[in-house]
Design a protein around this ligand. Structure first.
Ligand SMILES: [Zn+2]
Length: 400
């Protein structure tokens, strides 16, 4: 049974490893920054070609709604993003799984970090780990389940790679969620945590912008008549960041405002990311932000909420997936709770239990130190294939 013969599967992918690594390098050399829709589309097109030998029943690129970005003037702009890649096979089979990853990276077109360098079994390059390497692992796993007749045994799969994960999946969220109903599990190919463990609970994330008004005045002639939006924002930042506790983190990551130095500024914008441990912390954060903002009469504050991923709190279905994973692995799996979040949060929130860090081992993600350990590819692909096979066996046994 392929669910348990991990050595055999690992060897099979090992035999293709040079080929897979060449593709990983080629894909990572294409810039696919979230706000480079043409680059993301190119990555999607190349990955589509790479997947075509799997002979999916569906294999196409689907346009995704733009993402809101706060401008320096306090107005939301809607920025175009690339398409999502969707592939599926055997949708009539009794056991359906959803594999997911993302085409985009955090590195814009004008970033210095654009090329891949290889040193032994390590690749250093944009997206090699987060998440191109992971998606190639997913595709190798799909190759294995095909070759080992798991599809004939009752497996159907859908693979979705979104174009905007690194900017909060604003446009792709409803699209990805539309694949949750009827799926037995989600398998996400975000990188493993740096120690090789899988993520367990994940914090939730909120993005909010405080647009602060004021009253302009000449600094020399009428300073007392002015109301400084920058000063209002500074006070607001101090108060909301002080909410930070064990279950809640508030970070103002960007500010804009003001103009000529001899004018009291009448506009300032602060953008915040909030991380929450659980639903109570999320409700508290929303309520406290509103309450504190309402205190600012003279420099009125408008809050604009644009991003949201609910906390991922492992339930019984998630723990069942971990049990299956341990059976495939033949020993216990290391799991770690994390403050980071991803599409796995959103899928769990719509009821699809998922393991979301089945991707490549590596480190330094979101920086020029991003590194992937290519030796991890065969074993991780074998594990994901084993997991799919054990889901088929599990649903046959339990009649789910
Ligand atoms: Zn990622």
């Amino acid at each position: 049974m392929i669910a348990t013969d991990q050595e055999l599967l690992t060897r099979e992918v090992g035999g293709r490893l040079d080929h897979v690594v060449d593709e990983l390098i080629a894909l990572s050399e294409i810039n696919s920054g979230s706000f480079n829709p043409q680059g993301v589309a190119k990555t999607g097109e190349r990955l589509t070609e790479w997947m075509s030998p799997l002979e999916p029943d569906r294999l196409d690129l689907v346009p995704i709604e733009p993402s809101p970005v706060m401008g320096a003037d306090g107005q939301l702009e809607h920025c175009e993003v690339g398409p999502a890649l969707v592939a599926s096979k055997n949708l009539d089979a009794p056991t359906q799984v959803l594999l997911f990853g993302h085409l985009d990276t955090v590195f814009p077109k004008d970033h210095d970090f654009q090329h891949v360098a290889r040193s032994g079994s390590k690749l250093n390059g944009p997206g090699v780990t987060d998440c191109i390497g992971g998606m190639l692992i997913a595709i190798e796993a799909l190759r294995l389940v095909d070759q080992h007749k798991v599809l004939d045994a009752g497996l159907g799969w859908t693979f979705v790679a979104v174009p905007d994960e690194e900017i909060g999946s604003h446009g792709s969220k409803p699209f990805l969620a539309s694949f949750a109903p009827g799926r037995m599990a989600g398998l996400g190919f975000e990188p493993a945590l740096p120690d090789g463990s899988l993520s367990h609970a994940r914090k939730g994330s909120l993005t909010v912008h405080a647009v602060v008004g004021g009253r302009p005045a000449h600094v020399g002639r009428a300073h007392a008549e002015g109301r400084s939006a920058i000063r209002g924002l500074a006070e607001f930042i101090g108060r909301v960041e002080a909410l930070t506790s064990d279950s809640l983190t508030v970070n103002c990551g960007k500010i804009n405002g003001g103009g000529p130095l001899n004018v009291v500024p009448d506009r300032a914008v602060g953008s915040f990311n909030i991380r929450v441990l659980d639903h109570e912390a999320e409700a508290l954060a929303r309520q406290q932000f509103q309450t504190i903002a309402a205190d600012f009469d003279e420099t009125p504050i408008e809050l604009i909420w644009t991003g949201h991923r609910p906390p991922k709190i492992p339930g019984p279905e998630h723990l069942r997936l971990l049990d299956l994973g341990e059976a495939v692995n033949g020993s216990s799996l290391d799991v770690t709770s994390t403050g980071g979040c991803c599409d796995g949060n959103d899928l769990a929130a719509v009821g699809l239990a998922n393991l979301d860090t089945l991707g490549i081992r590596g480190g330094g993600i979101h920086s020029s130190d991003e590194v992937a350990d290519i030796d991890s590819i065969p074993g991780r692909a074998a594990f994901a294939a084993g997991l799919m096979a054990s889901l088929v066996a599990d649903s046959t046994e339990t009649g789910r």
